[in-house]
Design a protein around this ligand. Structure first.
Ligand code: ATP
Ligand code: MG
Length: 589
């Protein structure tokens, strides 16, 4: 694998919704040619998740590609649940996956399940048997493995390979009738046991499994294998370009074999069962095209590993804001636009690479910099009393919601004699180059005036608990001295008006670049960043507390935050830190 941050050849960094530059990756190039040559009048794609877990950020790449290409070329994209493995699937995932796809901004032309096609698959299997392209094999799983050979040695033909079509048909029908126990027999394609491609060494097409299926109940004691079901599912839906990740490259010859030998397009009678389900019967000849997976350092990106994090209690569920599931990222404050931008930046190629986590964070900053209103919030509060303002003094100061976008309007920020500032913005003994408050020193309270610290109040243990200072009246808004230069500008909230808030400071879930690397001993479980979440009590200005769940803000000088999707209430605000304002990890790596 090469290490790359972004693919410079891919689309422009800044999404220009008015006039997007045409994207030129190799898949779009193929699509363009197929449309120009008239090979296809319209294109059709599909996104085919297995409903055995929540989608993760890697799936976002596949979704943006499958749905994005269909949209760009006026085609259609189906959402198809590849539910051919009954033991592992759960309706909870089916619902969540639909939510995730819609959240990313896409809508499917048609929602399908591979299980919608079980009858068609079975008719196709009988056709293969009748034509001598498949046989029923009685070898056990261990024997099949022993007969398969190795990468350097050819396999051996199964002793059952020469059964007659009639015998095979009888056995297949009895498999279907449930006469045999699990694992007793398989239906295998008759291809080539000497093939250099292991996938072509008489691969299984059907296995016996007496397990109820969430959609078809007890109707089927046999289930089709992935390669067979996937190829035929694509053909049934008239998919023109079947996009998948590189690990399927070696499966493509089998994919093509299934499509060609069954030839659904030439045998519409096999599609008859679709009529009962009210589905169109217009099969085609799909082409599989592979692209490289999205990999990002500091993450794990496999449903199995993400599941383990949940089941072992290493995170608080699938939608823990530290998780790299789409549900987790959403709760963390990632926006669909940021994820689409990521996919665009990473580009589409056949070259495997690992994207630096900072690229993902950069996409979110870029989106929120433009899209999020500014607010003030104090995360680690220290009280500052402005002693020259009268007791009970109150005013409202007008603040622009966005420094670069006047159309976003202004808000009123209450200001009074006592304010909260960040504890970190005061130092009794400042380090070199310090620009913020020190005893006797000055700094600007953003939009309110310049304050000087006159008194530092400490508790018995010597900890600073309050500052008392003087607000220069000549530096107030509209006064002549308002623009007087001081080094530091601080954010603040009025102590009397601010709303106490729970602030969840999230950081990367893993503390190492490659949590999957087991060469140093241990597994990704041992690399959880102990500082990946810290919950503090802070204060937010009233206009932040009023947020709707999932509304994002830039808390000035602090970071981008989102009102928690589930826990936030205006009278009890909860904010999640989505990303800091600057990359704090670059120096560590
Ligand atoms: P996992 O390995 O995490 O279980 P999967 O590939 O088994 O993922 P599927 O539900 O089978 O998950 O995937 C649906 C689609 O998403 C497939 O077309 C797959 O190629 C694609 N996909 C999965 N992971 C990635 C990734 N990291 N980058 C790009 N596409 C991906
Ligand atoms: Mg899979």
């Amino acid at each position: 694998m090469t290490r790359a941050s972004t693919d410079p050849a891919s689309a422009p960094a800044v999404p220009d919704t008015d006039a997007p530059a045409p994207r030129r990756d190799f898949i779009r190039q193929i699509v363009r040619e197929d449309l120009a040559s008239g090979k296809h009048a319209a294109i059709r794609t599909r996104f085919p998740p297995e409903p055995n877990g929540y989608l993760h950020i890697g799936h976002a790449k596949a979704i943006c590609l499958d749905f994005g290409i269909a949209a760009e070329f006026d085609g259609l994209c189906n959402l198809r649940f590849d539910d051919t493995n009954p033991a592992r699937e759960d309706p909870e995932f089916v619902t969540a996956i639909q939510d995730d796809v819609r959240w990313l901004g896409y809508e499917w032309a048609s929602l399908r399940h591979a299980s919608d096609y079980f009858e068609v698959y079975y008719l196709a299997a009988e056709k293969l048997v009748r034509e001598g392209h498949a046989f029923v094999c009685d070898l056990s799983a261990d024997e099949v493995r022993a007969y398969r050979g190795t990468l350097t040695e050819p396999g051996r033909d199964s002793p059952y390979r020469d059964r007659t079509p009639d015998e095979n048909l009888d056995l297949l029908r009895r498999m279907r009738a449930g006469e045999f126990p699990d694992g007793a027999r398989t239906l295998r394609a008759k291809i080539d046991m000497a093939s250099g491609n292991m996938n072509l060494r008489d691969p299984a097409l059907y296995r016996i499994k007496h397990v109820a299926h969430q959609n078809t109940g007890d109707r089927w004691p046999i289930y089709p294998m992935y390669d067979f079901a996937h190829a035929l599912g694509d053909a049934i839906e008239g998919i023109t370009h079947s996009l998948c990740t590189l690990e399927f490259e070696d499966h493509r010859p089998l994919y093509d074999w299934c499509v060609d030998k069954v030839d659904l397009a030439g045998h519409p009678e096999l599609l008859a069962p679709l009529l009962e389900r009210g589905l169109p019967r217009e099969a085609g000849k799909p082409r599989q095209i592979e692209f490289s997976r999205l990999n990002i350092n500091y993450t794990v990106m496999s449903k199995r590993k993400l599941t383990t994090l949940v089941t072992e209690g290493l995170v608080d569920g699938w939608d823990d804001p530290r998780m790299y599931t789409l549900q987790g990222l959403r709760r963390r404050g990632y926006t669909p636009a940021a994820l689409r931008l990521l996919v665009e930046r990473v580009g589409i190629s056949k070259q495997n690479s690992v994207i630096d986590f900072s690229v993902l964070e950069g996409c979110l900053r870029e989106d929120l910099d433009a899209a999020a209103d500014r607010r003030m919030a104090v995360v680690a509060p220290l009280k500052l009393v402005l002693t020259n303002l009268p007791e009970g003094h109150q005013e409202a100061l007008a603040f622009p919601n966005h420094p670069k976008d006047e159309t976003r309007g202004v808000r009123q920020v209450p200001f009074a004699r006592e304010v909260w500032i960040e504890r970190d913005d005061f130092a009794e003994v400042p380090p070199k180059g310090w620009k913020r408050l020190v005893p006797g020193g000055e700094a600007r309270l953003r939009g309110a005036g310049i304050v000087r610290v006159d008194e530092v109040v400490k508790d018995a243990s010597g900890e600073v608990i309050e500052l008392r200072g003087w607000l220069d009246p000549e530096s107030r808004p509209g006064m002549e001295g308002a623009n007087r230069k001081v080094k530091g500008t601080l954010h603040w909230v009025s102590a009397q008006h601010a709303v106490p808030a729970e602030v969840r400071l999230y950081d990367r879930l893993f503390s190492v670049e490659n949590p999957d690397d087991e060469s140093h001993g241990g597994t990704y479980r041992d690399h959880i960043n102990p500082d990946s979440v810290r919950v503090v009590r802070g204060y937010v200005e009233p206009a932040a507390a009023d947020a709707a769940p999932e509304q994002s803000f830039q808390f000035e000088r602090t970071g981008y935050f989102v009102a928690d999707r589930y826990d936030h209430r205006p009278d009890a605000p909860v904010f999640n830190r989505s990303v800091t304002l600057r990359d704090t990890w670059a120096a560590r790596a």
